[in-house]
Structures are given as structure tokens and as C-alpha cells.
Design a protein around this ligand. Structure first.
Ligand code: HEM
Length: 525
């Protein structure tokens, strides 16, 4: 079939072709070739032009950094591999150079694998901002605060900081402890070994939801969200189809996210009633936020500078923010739980030291309830949690997007629009700072240097987007590890996959952690 019947590009010479006869003759030549083509020839030429452009663009953006010489799979790049990411492939990439790259479809991705480059990127808000997958805007909604950047982001975030400082955390501890006890009893009553990956996901979902929404959320609603949450994670994975098609991962993710936010909206309305109308005392994150808003409004009358939080947040806005807390916490906290309990189950020496400390700080009084003061005395238990986060950091990498050409090193400038990914794992396994980085040694934190604590411990990121929940995480897990180890002996049923790392947004043991819980006398060491 010929295509010449539809074309008349060169019939009317434009200003450009009139002024430059050479352009006119080139256009004429191109049209002549085009008109003589069959459909097959036309399609083949378009494909060849696209593939060539894609390869040339890749070479130009790659510059001198490590990465495949050519895009082995034209256009799509390693798209299929990235649908099922492998930890070993990530490691190979990090080892290939301080900066390396891949290109998937039109997206050019730069990976930074040294601690100094990771810190530089995370602390350069002028050049970069967190990268969210295209579908996240639809799932989390465009109005969500996580899409704010620069001053708008830092102003908003200042308003949220008060929800996770020490004073606020003190409020959440009784709620957390009550729920820890419920789950401890459940684990102790289970018959024989079983996979704990799903158990820990449910536990962490329940703890987060009770902390965020208190008693406004029902058991059934918690169960519903916990059962379905993995679909939201799957929908928000880094590589996913950007359009929501019915009955696909993203469609289920959006549907469940909407249902979850509706539940949070109703909780926010109840919390407002309790704090504003009944003058209630805050018992969860929502209460505390509404209480801070109320206080800010009262203070603003005397202090015109008390601008923070004066704005009234609607139930819908509150529900969207709480959803981002759940989204940020659920996978990372479940990952920490899996590794932490797997590791201690295999290390009787660590368990013994934790139990000794637990009895000492409680003065052998088992009726003593958790509070911030008690948790702050659990230095060794806290070091076990810190070491677990270093040894198996839940978040391996944090994707950012380049807002304007970013001179990352003297020799390389990341192009605007590319994705840039600072990696956290290599910094946390840097042998210059952590001797024997692949061994689990909680004692290393007893005489920790600033390099260990600050420069390299990038578990929670750094810079303006550093994790909002970091103090909460350390407090929660220190309290929970101590309590669980006092009352339970953990038996890890090891498999050849126990030490292997599965990547599902965060990281988990590949065999999903097979554990058995046995009741013990807490006063025995
Ligand atoms: C083990 C558990 C957790 C880990 C390892 C973790 C890690 C991280 C990391 C690496 C970031 C990105 C930081 C950056 O871009 O520099 C982050 C951001 C964030 N995290 Fe966490 N996180 C955890 C739990 C939590 C919890 C429990 C909450 C909430 C209550 C939370 C709330 C957030 C929020 C809101 C952000 C975004 C902050 C912003 O953009 O300003 N995280 N987290």
C-alpha cells in the first residue's frame, strides 16, 4: 500500500524553507522518499528513528558514569527485570561505581551508591525533590501534602513535627502497650511454627492505626485495612503501569486507598468532636493534631506570631495526611519487625542481655507499665534495634527527581527530569565506619562515633524530608522487643532462604520468617 495520497507537506513553502533553499530541498527529498514508501517501510523507518534517538539520548545522558554501554532492550530498557527486583542485582549495580545509571522507557535513572553522594543528594532541595510514581498522584490525591516542595513543604511539615516529638510520643505509649499485649497473647496461643511476615504486617498495621486514630477506628476496620494493605503497596511500587485500568494492581490500590481515607475521615470528625466540644485529653495522633490546632487558635489571639497550625484542617485533609503516615510506616516497620525478631531468635547471647536489662530497668517489677522514661533507660535493647536497622535497613534507596540540572560530582551533571536515587544500604555497610559490617553487633553502638551516628546512619534519610517517624520507631521497637522477649521464647525454623533478601517495596527474609512463640517465666534469665 502506498501512502502518497495523504501527504502534501511541501506544497506550500513555509517562511523557513523560503529563506533557506537548502532546507526546502531537504524537505522535498524527505517527502519524496516518504511518498514512495510502503506502510511496512514507513513503520520500520519510524521504529529505527525512535530506537536510534533513544540510544543517542541514553548515551548523552549517561556521560562517563557506569551503566550498560547501550540500552540492551531498546526503549523499554530493563523494565521487565525491574518488575521483579532482586537484591543481588541492586548490589551489583551499587558495586559498579559511585554513580551508575539505567534507562527504562523515557526515564533516565542515576543511582548514587556512596554515603557522601547520598547525603549530598538528600540535602540538595534546590536541585531535587522526592520522586513519586505517576500513579501515586491519583492514589494519594493531588492535594496531598507529600507532593509539596520547598518552603510550602517545610511550612506544612513544621505543623506536623509536634505529632511525633517526645511529648506527643508519651501520649501514645499506653495505647501501644495495650495492643502489644493483645498481639503477644495471640502469638503465644498459636499452635506450632508459622510464617510471621503476614502476622507482623497485621501487628504493625494495628499498632499504627491505633496510634493514629485511637479508639475511633474499630477492630473490623483495622482488620479490613491490614488484610488489604499489600494491594496498596503493590500499586505504589516504583515500576508500575501509570494508567489505572479496572481490576489491575493500581485499580485495587486506588479503591482501597479511597476506602481507607473515608474511614480516617470519619475518625477525624469524631476526634474533633471529642477535643473541641468535649474538651477531651488527646490519646492519639488525630487528637493531638486537633488539640494543637485548637491551642494555636487560642494563642494566636495573644501572640500574632503563633501562625503555625492556626489554619483549620478539614476532616478530608486530616485523612489524607494520616494515610501518608500509614503508607510511610507500614512496609518499613513490618520489615524491621521481621528482621529484628529473626535475628534475635537466632542469637541467645543477645536475648540474654536484653532480658537482663529489662528486669534491671523494671527493678524486677513486671507490673511496671511502659513510659518514655523507662524506654530511655533500655540502652542495650535500643542498640539491638539500631543495629538491626543498620544491618538490614528496611529502605534500600530513596528515589528523587532532578528539578534543575544537578552537578552531582565535578565530572557529572544529572540532567533535569531524570530520577536520582541515593542508596542507604552501602552507607550502612561501609567497613571504614562499621567494622565487620556484615555481622550483627549491637555492642558497636556502646562507643559509637559521630561518623556512625550521624554521617553514615542514613536509615531514615536526611535533609528536609528526613523521616518524621524516626523517634517513634525507635521508641516503639525498643519497648516492644523488651516486652516480647521477657514473655516469650522465640524459635526460628531456619530454611536455606532465611538469610536471603526479598525486595517488596522494603526488604524481608525470602522464606517469610517461620517462627514459633513459647510462653516463658519472665523472671528467669
Ligand atoms: C522502620 C521504620 C521506618 C523507616 C526505616 C523509615 C524510613 C524513611 C525514609 C528513608 C524516608 C525518606 C527520607 C528522605 O527522603 O530523606 C522516610 C520519610 C518519611 N517517613 Fe519514615 N520510616 C519509617 C517509619 C515511619 C513511620 C512509623 C512514620 C510515621 C508515623 C514515618 C513517616 C514518614 C514521613 C511522613 C516521611 C516523609 C517526610 C517528608 O517528606 O517530609 N516513617 N522514612
Amino acid at each position: 500500500m502506498n501512502v502518497n495520497s495523504t501527504v502534501s507537506i511541501a506544497d506550500e513553502p513555509s517562511d523557513l524553507t523560503k529563506s533557506f533553499p537548502i532546507v526546502q530541498s531537504l524537505v522535498n527529498k524527505a517527502v519524496e522518499i516518504y511518498m514512495g514508501m510502503s506502510w511496512i517501510q514507513l513503520i520500520t523507518s519510524i521504529v529505527v528513528i525512535c530506537v536510534t534517538y533513544d540510544q543517542i539520548a541514553y548515551q548523552a545522558r549517561k556521560g562517563t558514569i557506569a551503566g550498560p554501554r547501550f540500552k540492551v532492550w531498546p526503549i523499554i530498557g530493563p523494565f521487565l527485570e525491574s518488575l521483579d527486583p532482586k537484591f543481588e542485582e541492586y548490589q551489583a549495580k551499587w558495586a559498579s561505581g559511585p554513580l551508575s545509571c539505567v534507562s527504562i522507557f523515557h526515564k533516565f535513572v542515576v543511582i548514587a551508591s556512596t554515603r557522601d553522594l547520598a547525603r549530598k543528594i538528600l540535602s540538595s532541595p534546590k536541585f531535587v525533590k522526592p520522586c513519586v510514581v505517576d500513579v501515586a498522584i491519583k492514589i494519594l490525591r493531588p492535594s496531598n501534602w507529600v507532593f509539596l516542595d520547598g518552603k510550602a513543604h517545610s511550612d506544612y511539615r513544621r505543623g506536623l513535627n509536634g505529632l511525633f516529638n517526645q511529648k506527643a510520643l508519651e501520649i501514645y505509649i499506653p495505647v501501644l502497650e495495650k495492643n502489644m499485649e493483645t498481639y503477644l497473647e495471640k502469638f503465644l496461643s498459636l499452635d506450632g511454627p508459622r510464617e510471621f511476615f503476614p502476622e507482623f504486617r497485621e501487628l504493625l498495621c494495628a499498632l499504627s492505626l491505633r496510634t493514629f486514630c485511637g479508639d475511633y477506628i474499630t477492630e473490623e476496620q483495622i482488620k479490613l485495612i491490614a488484610d488489604n494493605y499489600f494491594r496498596i503497596t503493590a500499586a505504589l511500587e516504583l515500576v508500575n503501569f501509570p494508567i489505572i485500568i479496572p481490576f489491575t494492581k493500581t485499580w485495587y490500590g486506588k479503591k482501597l486507598a479511597d476506602e481507607t481515607m473515608k474511614i480516617f475521615e470519619r475518625c477525624a470528625a469524631k476526634s474533633k468532636k471529642y477535643i473541641n466540644e468535649q474538651n477531651g485529653t488527646p490519646a492519639c495522633v488525630m487528637d493531638e493534631w486537633i488539640h494543637l490546632m485548637k491551642k494555636a487558635k487560642e494563642d494566636a489571639a495573644e501572640d500574632p506570631d503563633a501562625k503555625l497550625l492556626v489554619r483549620e484542617f478539614s476532616d478530608k485533609e486530616i485523612s489524607e495526611v494520616i494515610f501518608t503516615f500509614l503508607f510511610a510506616s507500614q512496609d518499613a516497620s513490618s520489615s524491621l519487625a521481621c528482621w529484628l525478631f529473626q535475628i534475635v531468635a537466632d542469637r541467645p547471647d543477645v536475648v540474654k542481655k536484653v532480658r537482663e536489662e529489662q528486669l534491671r530497668v523494671r527493678g524486677n517489677d513486671l507490673s511496671k507499665r511502659l513510659d518514655l522514661d523507662l524506654i530511655n533507660q533500655m540502652t542495650y535493647t535500643n542498640n539491638v534495634v539500631k543495629e538491626s536497622l543498620r544491618y538490614r535497613p528496611p529502605v534500600l534507596m530513596v528515589p528523587y527527581v532532578v528539578k534543575q540540572s544537578f552537578p552531582v560530582t565535578e565530572g557529572y551533571t544529572a540532567p533535569k527530569g531524570s530520577m536520582i536515587i541515593p542508596t542507604l544500604y552501602p552507607a550502612l555497610h561501609d567497613p571504614e565506619v562499621y567494622a565487620e559490617p556484615d555481622s550483627f553487633i549491637p555492642e558497636r553502638w556502646e562507643n559509637a562515633t559521630d561518623d556512625m551516628h550521624k554521617r553514615n546512619w542514613l536509615v531514615f534519610g536526611t535533609g528536609p524530608h528526613m523521616c518524621l517517624g524516626r523517634i517513634y520507631v525507635l521508641m516503639l521497637f525498643t519497648g516492644m522487643l523488651g516486652k516480647f522477649l521477657l514473655h516469650a521464647d522465640l524459635v526460628h525454623h531456619k530454611t536455606p532462604l532465611s538469610e536471603e533478601i526479598k525486595v517488596f517495596a522494603t526488604i524481608f527474609p525470602k522464606d517469610d520468617l517461620i517462627l514459633e512463640w513459647k510462653r516463658r517465666n519472665p523472671l528467669e534469665i
